[in-house]
Design a protein. Structure first.
Lengths: 368, 368
């Protein structure tokens, strides 16, 4: 009796890969904890004290299911974006929202366009629903709006993905550039604008268009709001599209503890400004550490910095491994030529002291 | 320009229904909060103080993504069930796990078997992936193992769903009855045993078989562990089947706050015993209140009691509406003949005082 699971043909065809290996998974493999956790673009400066208090207060109420409509949270988000709750979907982070969106739109064989080296979790979801992914190269260190639009027209894409600011390079386009993409969308293509890092970016980076059925914008509480451990994200989009999420989502999937924490964080704009300032300082420090080692870094509109190791991907991988061996959790871009870089998240002063001390040795080792 | 979303044909065919209308949604509709929240089988007696403390301690660490493998939690669960972490999947409640399982197994047109009137969220997921649902009637107030097996053989089902104890009736089968179902499964059918309410049931209700590829058992932290607001559930099953979840799940979907709370709750067996005792007392009290009003109730192995209103579904619906108008959040079974009952969750003493005071009037109104 074999009793192999009778997976659907699509599921049986999927590889057993994961988009990212988590920090704890690496710690268990190595048998020791990281000294600096600056690899997953988490926000080490922490959530608003008001969000912490809200989570703590909600803890004893955790016997209740969360509001299945996340109404208060949605209302606050809608007000902030000058729209109504019918245009807001809440999900388990942008990852969860991307998964649902792909499910809504992509049947087996449907075309989807993204950039080569862009967010792998999006690609994971597209593969998971049988979509056919078409990738265009970055242009320098930026995602390439013209190439994305041209490819979408060529293949009849249902979805186009762009992150602004971009991950893993940390670069950004002005909001007008994204607005022009919307105007030039091929018939029937939906533009996904992933604004996970928007709060760290210069004024004018956010897409400044009223809600429109041609695009959907995604935001998260995992970055500037420092609540990755609660897993809340939201999407702003056309009413019919947003209503689609209700046909497939886990209606009681967003707990009351997460809703309470996210709402308190969202309302504390003072803390947000404070944290964004700390991130900017850490960004400068990472660039300075790179310069001290004779390396350049890619100007960043996010809470991480790509340090150009000056050679190819194999060399950068060696530098990365040297840092990992020294207890620093860092990551790097997946594809050439971006993989000449290592990607370092904004850490505390102590984290970056460790980086400053480990980088020269890791570089020397990689060179030697 | 209409710009209607280009949903997949399957998604476009889905109705805009939700499996359950949440308590907060009803409160917003009526404009006032419920006085007693005894409709969603939540555990009003609350989570372990150690779980509350763990959530509170984790709050300031919420900037970190949770361990993508939920390793510590899985290890504790595996030890409890006498198996290994490779046999455990963690998900966003049983709802989330059921959604993933259906996605893994059910392609459009595949047959699935459940009981008419059983858990609607399972049906929602089956419809959401295009499965064809075949329902067999309850036998009296119990799900009918023989009928489920016979129907599965007849239609070539890939999945068979049974909840033990059952929701919405609160009845149970001995574990041996479920074990006999496993032995009689048609070739290629996977049995889902939803044990959400198992901690409230008499000894001998749990399926007492070693892990086996023919069945998957689901448990939740939302009921006896009183952590519905964190949304954590787990599945125990064959290694290959469990590995399948990793191909589709949101790998960082379980936050560190939820993992910390669930682990602490799971380990506090003393609190579990305490809460189960409180639930048993409340169950007796609900039955006594029913008896005081000349009504019988269905013996329950869960944290809710079905009170038989003694007439048809329309009458029970009137009683239910009378209770709702009096500020009591309660629900009722969806289909006949179970819908002769209203379903009342175990509440606090105060909750049940309100029930005792409201039920005579609600009954009189419905009769009048």
């Amino acid at each position: 009796m074999t009793n192999a699971p009778r997976f659907t043909p699509l599921i049986a065809s999927l590889p057993a890969t994961v988009p990212f290996v988590g920090a704890e998974v690496m710690e268990r493999a190595s048998g020791r904890p990281f000294a600096a956790r600056i690899g997953a673009n988490e926000n080490v400066f922490g959530p608003s004290p008001k969000a912490i208090a809200a989570v703590q207060a909600a803890a004893s109420e955790a016997w209740k299911y969360g509001d299945s409509e996340s109404y208060d949270l949605k209302a606050a988000i809608a007000a902030h974006h000058g729209t109504t709750v019918e245009h807001i979907a809440i999900g388990e982070g942008i990852d969860g929202l991307l998964g649902m969106l792909v499910r809504l739109m992509v049947a087996e064989g449907d075309a989807v366009v993204t950039s080569d080296g862009a967010y792998p979790t999006f690609n994971y979801h597209v593969a998971g629903y049988g979509g056919v992914l078409h990738k265009v190269p970055f242009k320098g260190d930026h995602e390439d709006p013209d190439a994305l639009i041209a490819k979408a027209a060529e293949v009849g894409a249902k979805l186009i993905y762009i992150a602004n600011p971009d991950n893993p390079m940390g670069t950004h386009h002005r909001g007008e550039v994204i607005a022009r993409m919307v105007d030039r969308l091929p018939e029937g293509a939906l533009l996904i604008v992933d604004e996970a890092y928007i709060d760290f970016a210069p004024e004018g980076t956010a897409l400044d268009l009223p809600v429109d059925p041609r695009f959907i914008r995604m935001r998260t509480f995992s970055k500037a709001f420092a609540l990755a451990g609660l897993r809340v994200g939201y999407a702003v989009g056309g009413k019919e599209l947003i209503a689609g999420f209700d046909r497939v989502r886990n209606h009681f999937g967003m707990g009351n503890v997460a809703q309470a924490g996210a709402l308190a964080a969202f309302q504390d704009r003072e803390w947000l400004g404070h944290v964004v300032g700390q991130v900017a300082e850490a960004r400068d420090r990472i660039a300075a550490i790179a310069a001290d080692n004779g390396l350049t870094s890619v100007p960043s509109a996010t809470n991480f910095v790509c340090v150009d190791c000056g050679q190819d991907g194999a060399f950068a991988r060696n530098v990365l491994n040297g840092l990992l061996r020294r207890g620093l959790f860092v990551r790097m871009p997946f594809v050439a030529p971006q993989d000449r870089c290592i990607r370092i998240s904004c850490g505390t002063e102590h984290d970056l002291d460790l980086l400053a001390s480990a980088l020269p040795d890791a570089l020397a080792e990689a060179r030697g």
